[in-house]
Design a protein around this ligand. Sequence first.
Ligand SMILES: C[S@@+](CC[C@H](N)C(=O)[O-])C[C@H]1O[C@@H](n2cnc3c(N)ncnc32)[C@H](O)[C@@H]1O
Length: 248
Amino acid sequence: MSEDYFGGRVAARYDESSAEMFEPAVVEPVVDFLAELAGDGAALELGIGTGRIALPLAQRGIRVHGIDLSEAMVAKLREKPGAEQIGVTIGDFATTTVEGRFSVAYLVFNTINNLTTQDEQVACFENVAAHLDPGGCFVIEVGVPGLRRLPPGETFHVFDFSESHLGVDEYDVVNQGLVSHHFSLSDGKWERLSVPFRYVWPAELDLMARLAGMTLRERWSGWKREPFASESTKHVSVWEKPARRPRG
Ligand SMILES: C[S@@+](CC[C@H](N)C(=O)[O-])C[C@H]1O[C@@H](n2cnc3c(N)ncnc32)[C@H](O)[C@@H]1O
């Protein structure tokens, strides 16, 4: 089972520290995209967190269920208006099963990288495929691995440097590993949080989808269906479970 890196203190500050990700200009295109795929069906969010996407999606009238490891993140979700419409199962989204079938499952904001082994990422695709309706879709939003930023022989990349936050990614190219180190100034004291990830290439995700019986349907560089190209720093990908064939 994956470790919980979103415990009390992280959860308490999550919305504030990710404030730009809660901006309507960021959230609305995500919700538009997912609502269209959900259609009349239900949506499953892996790593639902404090409900940044699930709450506005549920407000569109879509049934949303979430899975998350962190009781503390889900407790934050539960404090918000509209949370009573959303069911949440505490568990690891690579393996946890929930009741019902879904027309869309989604895993946003780089959260596939929280699964730190290839086996866990493969298991996640298999778990999603088992929860989807025939013809249902799995959507992932994740960064393209930033290895082109690393000069030969270097392993550290500074991704943020401000008065109150220093963010440094540490790459382990042998194991496709990445540790994001955050040094944050809080109440006059510097605090350190180091979170391990496994970075993953788009083609590897396509292969994981294929292992789980799904095929790539769309790949964009953003939620407004911007083209995915050589300089894109992230992608929004959609894999589809085959529709049931009519008998006969
Ligand atoms: C970056 S937050 C994203 C939360 C939310 N999806 C959002 O977009 O704001 C990642 C969330 O995934 C959860 N998480 C990470 N790894 C997990 C796992 N293996 N199983 C279940 N939840 C996990 C964390 O507890 C956290 O709530």
